[in-house]
Write a protein that binds this ligand. Structure first.
Ligand SMILES: Nc1ncnc2c1ncn2[C@@H]1O[C@H](COP(=O)(O)OP(=O)(O)OP(=O)(O)O)[C@@H](O)[C@H]1O
Ligand SMILES: [Mg+2]
Length: 213
């Protein structure tokens, strides 16, 4: 029974409410402190899954190339969370390319045994030999947001929430990995470094000797 003018305003209110509800839903994951369920994961299965989602939805017209090291050992991770990481990175790459017909996204994996990083607050250095990259030849990350790129609510998009990379950073950090970005116009790379899965990481007993050594 509302007038046309009131109906338009009511629609505005319900649309905004829906938008805020979905924003709050997405923020909820940031307060989830439960330990992650981790096991050996084949990263190429994860990347192929992300590629299939992208090609069937937001990146229908964008070329997605693979440059995989097929002998890569498994990553010690949670599969669903890794899918979220690479989905967010590939979605950003597709959005940076837009409708450019020469747009291209490259997914690459490599083994870099020499990479060790120090653990903050300790003398320890951990090895992060697995490198996964998402590269695109889109617009490039705007220079003024580079230093705060992984902070929540940083966005240059009219309808962006700025939560995509914050979630990526949270998941990678909780897996003991690191993420870096290197960007110039037409060449943006997001590089994820992760620990490899070792039997000893789970205390697995491979030689049948138990713990008596
Ligand atoms: N591959 C990329 N090329 C260029 N700019 C990028 C790229 N990835 C991220 N950015 C920049 O970083 C900002 C933050 O990205 P983030 O994914 O956190 O949020 P968003 O994409 O704006 O919104 P949301 O992911 O929540 O929908 C983007 O708005 C964009 O300006
Ligand atoms: Mg995003």
């Amino acid at each position: 029974s509302a007038s046309d003018e009131d109906r338009a305003l009511t629609r505005l209110i319900t649309d905004e409410t829906d938008r805020i509800v979905s924003l709050v839903d997405r923020m909820e994951v940031f307060s989830d402190e439960r330990p992650i369920d981790r096991y050996p994961v084949n990263i190429h299965v994860v990347l192929d899954h992300v590629k299939a989602i992208a090609k069937n939805g937001f990146a229908k017209k964008i070329k997605i190339l693979e440059d995989y090291d097929p002998s890569l050992p498994p990553v010690f991770a949670n599969r669903d969370q890794l899918i979220q990481v690479f989905l967010n990175l590939v979605k950003n790459a597709a959005e940076a390319i837009g409708s450019d017909p020469h747009g291209e996204i490259v997914l690459s994996t490599a083994f870099r045994p020499g990479i060790r990083v120090s653990v903050p607050g300790t003398q320890d250095r951990v090895s992060l030999p697995l490198e996964f990259c998402v590269r695109d030849n889109g617009s490039g990350v705007s220079e003024d947001i580079l230093p705060i790129l992984f902070d929540p609510f940083i966005t240059t998009k009219p309808n962006g929430s700025g939560l995509g990379l914050a979630l990526v950073a949270k998941i990678v950090g909780e897996h003991g990995g690191i993420i870096e970005c290197d960007s110039t116009p037409r060449a943006t790379t997001f590089r994820v470094l992760m620990p490899a899965w070792k039997e000893t990481a789970l205390g697995a007993d491979q030689d049948g000797e138990g713990d008596r050594k």
